[in-house]
Design a protein around this ligand. Structure first.
Ligand SMILES: [Zn+2]
Length: 311
């Protein structure tokens, strides 16, 4: 039985930002391309097409009027929400498939398995706020998932970890009022979007922000991240772990200055897999966030999935 589900949907390619935008559809295409070159891994995965999240599910984290607005903007052909964030005709289908992948992954994790999933989706989600999109993100895929795990599957405690090079400001905003959801974000500082100071712990001290300078030795990021994960789980055993897997924290990414390499992706993933095994029967749902060098992104996703499978 496969130990890892690979969830995606062709609709995620319908979010059309244009080829000059860093978050273009070529990012997503690079993942199956890299995966097909690793036949052994390809055959170890349970391949699934995700469902679309419905408005009631999205309302677990978002203002229903905002959700309706995204749908309406897509129906009339699209609009620009801010300088970076676009709604195109296909964006409603794409964004709801992205959030739906995380929800499907949670259904698997709390159901008959696989307990671990990787959601290859776009647009990304961790900057999306309750009533607005920003930073390429429309819907808070992982934050919606955290609330869904509690509401639908009876999870009491949820841990979200985010190693994207940018602060997961949207995720923080969408979960920080729920003390049973702990959130860890390591990110470049100072950098977009400008939030995520270490002293910003949220109203219930349930947020662990780890701001880091660019260009540090790789190991410094790895140990800072893992030590924050361990701090966030003192006396708090999560029932599921959600990972915002942003691969713009790799060296050479055009939108970040961190120095992580493929071996670090593998190490961090294995550390999370092993903690999830101890905490919660291995329930770990990873969802793609950033990563703007498509070839590197494809390779990183393959290394990440290999570590998730345990091979
Ligand atoms: Zn990012």
């Amino acid at each position: 039985m496969p130990s890892l589900a690979y969830l995606s949907h062709s609709d995620c390619g319908r979010h059309d930002t244009g080829w000059s935008h860093p978050e273009h559809v070529g990012r997503l295409r690079a993942i199956p391309r890299a995966l097909r070159e690793d036949a052994e891994l390809f055959h170890l995965l349970e391949h699934r097409e995700s469902r679309h999240a419905d408005p009631a599910e999205l309302a677990l984290a978002h203002d229903p009027r905002y959700v309706a607005m995204i749908r309406e903007l897509a129906e009339v052909g699209g609009a620009r929400l801010d300088a970076d964030t676009v709604v195109s005709e296909g964006s409603w289908a794409a964004a709801t498939a992205g959030a739906g992948a995380v929800l499907d992954a949670l259904d698997l994790a709390f159901g008959d398995g696989p307990r671990r999933s990787f959601c290859a989706v776009r647009p990304p989600g961790h900057h999306a706020l309750r009533d607005s999109g920003m930073g390429f993100c429309l819907l808070g895929n992982v934050a919606v998932g955290a609330h869904y795990a509690r509401a639908r599957h009876g999870a009491e405690r949820v841990l979200i970890v985010d190693w994207d090079v940018h602060h997961g400001n949207g995720t923080q905003a969408l979960v920080q009022d729920t003390p049973a959801i702990h959130f860890v974000s390591m990110h470049q500082w100072p950098w977009y979007p400008g939030t995520g100071a270490a002293q910003d712990r949220g109203p219930h001290q349930s947020v662990w922000n780890v701001p880091m300078a660019a260009g540090l030795p790789r190991e410094t990021y790895v140990s800072a991240f893992l030590s924050a994960v361990d701090s966030a789980t003192v006396g708090f055993t999560p029932d599921v772990v959600l990972l915002s897997a942003g691969f713009d924290s790799l060296a050479g990414d055009p939108l970040g200055g961190f120095t992580l390499e493929m071996d670090d992706v593998e190490r961090l993933t294995m550390e999370l897999v092993s903690r999830a095994e101890q905490w919660c029967d291995g329930r770990l749902v990873s969802s793609l966030e950033g990563g703007y060098a498509p070839e590197r992104l494809g390779e990183a996703c393959v290394r990440h999935m290999r570590a998730l499978v345990g091979r």
